[in-house]
Ligand binder design. Sequence first.
Ligand SMILES: C[S@@+](CC[C@H](N)C(=O)[O-])C[C@H]1O[C@@H](n2cnc3c(N)ncnc32)[C@H](O)[C@@H]1O
Length: 210
Amino acid sequence: MDSYLASHTTAVDETLDSIERWTHLHTAQPQMLCGPYEGRLLTMLCRSAQAKCAVEIGTFVGYSTICIARGLSSGGKLHTFEVNEEYESLIRRNLASANLENCVELHIGDAGKLIPETIKESSSIIDFAFIDAGKRQNKQFYDLLVPRMRSGGIIVIDNTLWGRKVLDIKLHQDSDTRCVNEFNNYVNSDPRVENIMLDIRDGMLICNVL
Ligand SMILES: C[S@@+](CC[C@H](N)C(=O)[O-])C[C@H]1O[C@@H](n2cnc3c(N)ncnc32)[C@H](O)[C@@H]1O
């Protein structure tokens, strides 16, 4: 199934391909990359939101950053937040290789602290957001983003199936699984959004802000 889906999805270019290969060779956690399939969906969702302003939480080496930035409207900007300063030069190098330095603003530090300093509450200016960082902070990030989103904007949250452990919560009592499951339930009962959970890779929760 995976290879059939991949072979009927527009292929990534050499830039993303080489970032993926490099990440597998040189980093300890290459599985953190969203990869070409999910990356293609991020580009298309960002484009369909006609995003002038996008936010990403969890940059890692900048793979998903490039995918999102490629979906921005002309003149649009992506604010991406990464807490690990060791990734900074790598991210900048990868953004340069994709010629995207001018439309991406990289913020190094905890997104929970930096978002309120960067984007005014109730500004309603964010058109597209991708949450892919510490899963225990999902709720904090989501609650920071929702009041900053325009009506009709899209928020994507990654890893919401958490290795499918959320399917049997009685069996998986670890705190990460409980936290992801509680967050999924929180979003599902949030009247501020319409949401759909997709069985793509480790689960993607997509919210349309009302
Ligand atoms: C799964 S990786 C992101 C992968 C990336 N989105 C991609 O698909 O290519 C998660 C990243 O979130 C970062 N992170 C964790 N907590 C964070 C926080 N509070 N603020 C900003 N970044 C954070 C981690 O350092 C890590 O690089």
